[in-house]
Design a protein around this ligand. Sequence first.
Ligand SMILES: *[C@@H]1O[C@H](CO)[C@@H](O)[C@H](O)[C@H]1NC(C)=O
Ligand SMILES: *[C@@H]1O[C@H](CO)[C@@H](O)[C@H](O)[C@H]1NC(C)=O
Ligand SMILES: *[C@@H]1O[C@H](CO)[C@@H](O)[C@H](O)[C@H]1NC(C)=O
Ligand SMILES: *[C@@H]1O[C@H](CO)[C@@H](O)[C@H](O)[C@H]1NC(C)=O
Length: 410
Amino acid sequence: MPASQPSSALHLLLLFLAAVASTQLSPAASKSTLEACSSSTSCPSLLSYTLYTDLKLAELAALFSADPLDILAANAIDFGVPDPANRILPAGLPLRVPVPCAFSDGIRKATSARYVSRPGDTLAAVAASVYGGLTTADWIRDSNGILDAGADALDAGTRLFVPLHCACFGGVDSGVPAVFLTYPVADGDTVPAIAQRHRTTANDLMNVNNMATADVAAGDIIVVPLPACASAFPSYTSDVGLTVANGTYAITANRCVQCSCGPGNMDLFCVPAPLADSTCSSMQCSNSSMMLGNFTLMMTSAGCSVTSCSYGGYVNGTIITTLTTSLKPRCPGPHEFPPLMPPPTTSFFETYLGPSPSPMASEGGIGPQMAGMAPTSSPPAASSGPPPLDQHVGHILALLVLCLVTNLAW
Ligand SMILES: *[C@@H]1O[C@H](CO)[C@@H](O)[C@H](O)[C@H]1NC(C)=O
Ligand SMILES: *[C@@H]1O[C@H](CO)[C@@H](O)[C@H](O)[C@H]1NC(C)=O
Ligand SMILES: *[C@@H]1O[C@H](CO)[C@@H](O)[C@H](O)[C@H]1NC(C)=O
Ligand SMILES: *[C@@H]1O[C@H](CO)[C@@H](O)[C@H](O)[C@H]1NC(C)=O
């Protein structure tokens, strides 16, 4: 059946179960989470991705149809450097790729990724290596109406739609704003280790993923909640729902505005972006001399009166600014921004989460020792590099994020 046909959730579930059966995995290994959604609007989400080969930032961005600057910002890598898109990022580098998580065919999925196959590509390698286990060969086959269930080799130049797992969960985890990171489990991963690396708890991970036991296997795909700063832009803004993970940035308003989250508090903080130029609409709060991000403090008998010029979303090329005054018990100091790193040139780099983990524990499982060994121009050749990934191909078991729209009344 062609994947382009709209499918009911049940239909997809059946397809999913068929895919599970064909991987010859024991049913006990399968993990599934039902996401109850109250709306079909998409949300910002992140994908945990390890570069399978050296890639220009622009090439990486093209794989996911993401903005190169957004990728840098989401990883707290300096996005103000000259010519960022042509920077070469090293194989083995763990990154977070920001993608919109849409609601489509009854489930949540990122629908932005497109891939044009190269000579020697196989579906298995595209899923496991190029897309780092964020999807499966079966799912790509199904989404592209490839009827031959055994088909694996691809003709060069085949254009593929690559569905990727993601989750929204209403942008909230345990009552606080969160962004959800899709995480393909690598060899040697354990739930406590994944939780620790992402500064959450094993309990929280198990709750979010609806896991009865703390067992994960390489190839499982789970979601990790990351504390985040939420926006409250009106629904008619194009960046409605903007949410930024703690310690990171996002670029919005046609690259005119940057918003960051943390480290001191969890209030989204937006200022003019480094690339903002005369094509950007005014970022001055009306009836005031203040620009986005400026604030003034005034001590009163009741406390500190803080007047700030903040960002209110992007509408039709216009940056909305709002001037608000609030009373705080104490005057805040100067705003502290999350630290930015220079673009990494080796896969050993200090992320805002601390030093990148050892090869065994690295996200995606490609050790930094692979850096430089993989050819930069040929994905299929590179995919034969790390054997563990190829072995996982038959085991990749997607976490099913089912959106039960009909049953929900909230
Ligand atoms: C945000 O990140 C900072 C710096 O890493 C950390 O100190 C703070 O506890 C984090 N906040 C939350 C809510 O996780
Ligand atoms: C502009 O600011 C002045 C002084 O703060 C105030 O009197 C006036 O009402 C404001 N005008 C608008 C349109 O907000
Ligand atoms: C106001 O914001 C602009 C733009 O970010 C900045 O260049 C300027 O230094 C700020 N002024 C004050 C007084 O903070
Ligand atoms: C954006 O601009 C177009 C054309 O000027 C207009 O028709 C539309 O209503 C505007 N949208 C919003 C949300 O203001």
